[in-house]
Ligand binder design. Structure first.
Ligand SMILES: [Zn+2]
Length: 135
């Protein structure tokens, strides 16, 4: 499976919000969510934040309300991890580098009506990539 997955003729649209509702967004995803390989990774940040990630194209992701979003950068500063500064929900990972793929990671745990059991989880062994992150 290529990364990100190759879009198919089918897509699904979703909306979500953080726990307090200050961050609101919607996006369209292809293949549709329950056919999309949702990344469940064992690296330090994914574990701590409880990320379950899909990767819509930036053009297909709209942050309708995001005034409370805060950025967290670490290690190589290749991406910013965005969370709600009011309630702490982990929301997005946005690329920072020039030439990075025009996709963003979205934590599907924030979606309305998400059925975690229906996700096609793609286990990623991020923990074994590179040196362990230590603080
Ligand atoms: Zn919030």
């Amino acid at each position: 499976m290529p990364f990100p997955p190759t879009p198919t003729g089918e897509s699904s649209s979703h909306s979500g919000k953080c726990h307090c509702g200050a961050v609101r967004f919607n996006f369209t995803l292809s293949p549709p969510l329950y056919e999309y390989p949702t990344n469940s990774c064992n690296c330090s940040i994914c574990t701590k934040n409880g990320y379950l990630l899909v990767y819509p194209f930036n053009k297909d992701l709209t942050v309708e309300q995001g005034d409370t979003l805060k950025d967290y950068l670490f290690a190589g500063h290749k991406a910013k991890h965005q969370f709600c500064g009011r309630c702490g929900s982990s929301c997005f990972i946005r690329p920072l580098e020039e030439g990075a793929p025009s996709i963003s990671a979205v934590n599907v745990r924030l979606l309305h009506d998400i059925d975690i059991e229906k996700l096609d989880l793609n286990k990623v062994d991020g923990k074994s990539v590179g040196p362990a992150y230590k603080v």
